[in-house]
Design a protein around this ligand. Structure first.
Ligand code: PLP
Length: 352
């Protein structure tokens, strides 16, 4: 069986653009080949049912739903929790706002009330101050959205004390909490706690199988059984009902059973990469933001130019600001590739 998923010639590229770029592991190919499948829209794909049960158990929730993407899982959650015209409280650079093409306004029809943060963590007092009671004039706040780890802040962890504070505030005011936990497993591994300890502070949690956990496709949405029943209708409405999706769910099961602990390697490599690059001429790295698998590199030169020079040396990354580059560690970047990335940055920094 052919299990090399790389385009010939591209295996040696150091691809630091995102942790979404991971190829399926040989074990995932085996799992896909062996997976019993059914029709998940009709509710009888045993591999999807197994994945949903496993995800719910790990997150400490009653039920879970397999979705094609994290964006869909988040937007299904918003549409399920909220009615058009409800307000959500959300960090101002959240993925839900920044990278989901306005879906919250287009689909759920919610008003997004944005708050600043420190490295992705909103001040709980400020959150409480902005909870609105519905009246003739004002939309009512229905949902607080949290992102942990926080993507645009550089994969930073939301402190557990803040997670608990958001939940307590929500309970006091009768509002709900949705956690965009695309990288909740990175947050848990980095803190040495279980994902359940983070997830217990939210009514619903989305997370990605297709990032550091290495699956080719898919995200999970977890919550109460009643919530997931209603979310399943919304997923169908989005066109996200899939048929023999056990083929994909089989990889998700490998992700959850075999790929969690190795996230610590990505975190260690991110630290080493950040420390090395921060010493180079023309580059700086705020190491306090390097908490999980991302490194934000500030450049004296325009980020676009640095990225294109690196690309010619076989190191791929993305600019996230005029003078900032993001590097993301994942299962397909080993120590040797980290060394090659450092060498490429050295070459580019010398020629600048
Ligand atoms: C990647 C990501 C998502 C979901 O992205 P998809 O590409 O739609 O799977 C959601 N939230 C955050 C914070 C992310 O980083």
């Amino acid at each position: 069986m052919k299990t090399d998923p790389f385009t010939p010639g591209l295996r040696d590229v150091v691809d630091l653009r995102s942790d979404t770029v991971t190829r399926p592991t040989p074990e995932m190919y085996e799992a896909m080949l062996a997976a019993p499948v059914g029709d998940d829209v009709l509710g009888d794909d045993p591999t999807v049912l197994e994945l949903e049960k496993l995800a719910a158990r790990m997150l400490g929730k009653e039920a879970a739903l397999f979705a094609p993407s994290g964006t869909m899982a988040n937007q299904v959650a918003l549409a399920t929790h909220c009615a058009p015209g409800d307000a959500i409280l959300i960090e101002e650079e959240a993925h839900i706002l920044y990278y989901e093409v306005g879906a919250s306004g287009v689909i759920a029809g919610v008003v997004s009330w944005t708050l600043p943060s420190q490295r992705g963590a909103m001040d709980p007092e400020n959150v409480e101050r902005h909870i609105l009671k519905r009246n003739l004039h004002t939309p009512g706040t229905k949902l607080i959205c949290i992102e942990n780890t926080h993507n645009r802040a550089g994969g930073t962890i939301i402190p557990q004390a803040s997670m608990v504070a958001y939940r307590e505030i929500a309970q006091r005011h009768g509002v709900l909490v949705h956690l965009d936990g695309a990288r909740i497993f990175n947050a848990a591994v980095a803190q040495g706690i279980s994902v359940e300890q983070i997830a217990r502070n939210a009514d619903s949690v989305s997370f990605c199988l297709s990032k550091g956990l290495g699956s080719p496709v898919g995200s999970m949405l977890c919550g109460s059984a009643e919530f997931i029943d209603r979310a399943r209708i919304w997923r169908k409405r989005f066109g996200g009902g899939m048929r023999q999706s056990g083929i994909l769910a089989a990889c998700g099961i490998v992700s959850l059973t075999k790929m969690v602990d190795r996230l610590a390697d990505d975190h260690a490599r991110a630290k080493r990469l950040g420390e090395s690059l921060g010493k180079l001429q023309g580059l700086s790295v705020a190491m306090e933001t390097v908490q999980t698998n991302m490194v934000l590199v500030d450049t004296e030169q325009a980020a676009e130019g640095v990225v294109s020079a690196l690309g010619k040396l076989g190191v791929w990354c993305l600019p996230v600001g005029a003078r900032q580059i993001r590097l993301v560690l994942h299962a397909d970047v080993d120590d040797a590739k980290v060394d090659r990335a450092i060498k490429a940055f050295q070459a580019v920094s010398r020629s600048a």
